[in-house]
Design a protein around this ligand. Structure first.
Ligand SMILES: CC(C)(COP(=O)(O)OP(=O)(O)OC[C@H]1O[C@@H](n2cnc3c(N)ncnc32)[C@H](O)[C@@H]1OP(=O)(O)O)[C@@H](O)C(=O)NCCC(=O)NCCS
Length: 242
């Protein structure tokens, strides 16, 4: 198996197969806790648009994992939002405004901190990490982090946070294994759906976890050495061009 990591670029030959992998990964996961009505909104064009916007966004960085030259997953990092940095009485908030599903909305996003962590300009947020379902649980997610996190350290960053759906026990276990631990909670909404003449926000509970980059690198090495005999991710045929 040939494994490589590349930057996401605004070109269809990369984005199209990646959108298909992203859609399969997201939809397999979300089906467990989203309604059928919500699921209808997660079409291929939804994922294509999302990836295209990510590729054109100069504020974030997306590393694409390729297996045998085919894009099969990605991780995206960006600066931690400002309102994370100075909680008052273990809380902080931000007002989000925009257009979604044909509606104009205003949403107060409230964070509840359960412990103190230092978040500043050297902190990044892992916005997304998604892999093709049939390639999960073979060490590729860990590999993608192992190849990207040390580069973030070289660029001067020293900690990471990640937000995940509170029902996503697989992701929670994965993040714990690579060094993250929970420090805050919030709620998000993904869609606005009209039902029985009313507009409803589709709300989900979100956990937020933190790790220093030093700790993540240590935990990832430990995890990889535990699996070295059974891993699909051999050291041969592995390359990174970012
Ligand atoms: C979450 C996700 C990115 C993790 O990637 P992955 O490739 O499945 O993860 P890994 O295989 O590296 O690690 C998962 C498990 O596989 C096992 N594993 C098998 N071979 C391994 C290897 N060679 N190296 C490391 N772990 C290995 C580990 O025990 C690990 O167990 P853990 O979860 O208890 O730590 C992936 O499962 C995914 O895309 N899930 C759906 C989308 C999702 O939930 N994204 C996060 C949204 S916030």
């Amino acid at each position: 198996m040939k494994i490589s990591i590349k930057n996401l670029e605004p070109k269809l030959s990369q984005i199209l197969p990646l959108a298909e992998a992203y859609m399969r990964s997201y939809n397999e996961l979300s089906r467990q806790y989203k309604t059928d009505e919500e699921m209808k909104l997660y079409t291929k064009s939804y994922f294509l648009r999302k990836l295209w916007n990510m590729a054109e966004d100069s504020e974030s960085c997306v590393a694409v994992l390729n297996v045998n030259d085919k894009p099969v997953g990605f991780v995206r990092y960006s600066q931690v939002p400002e309102y994370y940095k100075n909680p008052q009485n273990n809380q902080s908030r931000d007002v989000e405004k925009g257009y979604l599903d044909g509606y104009e909305f205003g949403w107060v996003r409230k964070l509840e901190f359960t412990r103190d962590v230092k978040l500043d300009d050297k902190t990044l947020i892992v916005n997304q990490i998604y892999l093709e379902p049939e390639l999960q649980h073979h060490g590729l997610g860990t590999f993608l982090l192992s190849r990207t996190i040390p580069q973030l350290r070289q660029q001067g960053f020293n900690s990471l946070i990640i937000e995940y759906n509170a029902h996503n026990t697989n992701a929670e276990k994965f993040y714990r294994g690579v060094g993250f631990s929970a420090f805050a909670k919030t709620q998000d909404f993904d869609h606005i759906i009209e039902k029985d003449g009313k507009t409803n926000f589709c709300i989900s509970d979100v956990e937020i976890a933190h790790t220093t980059i030093e700790n993540a690198i240590k935990c990832i090495k430990l995890k990889q050495s535990k699996h070295s005999k059974t891993s699909l991710v051999g050291q041969k045929n592995v390359s990174a061009s970012r």
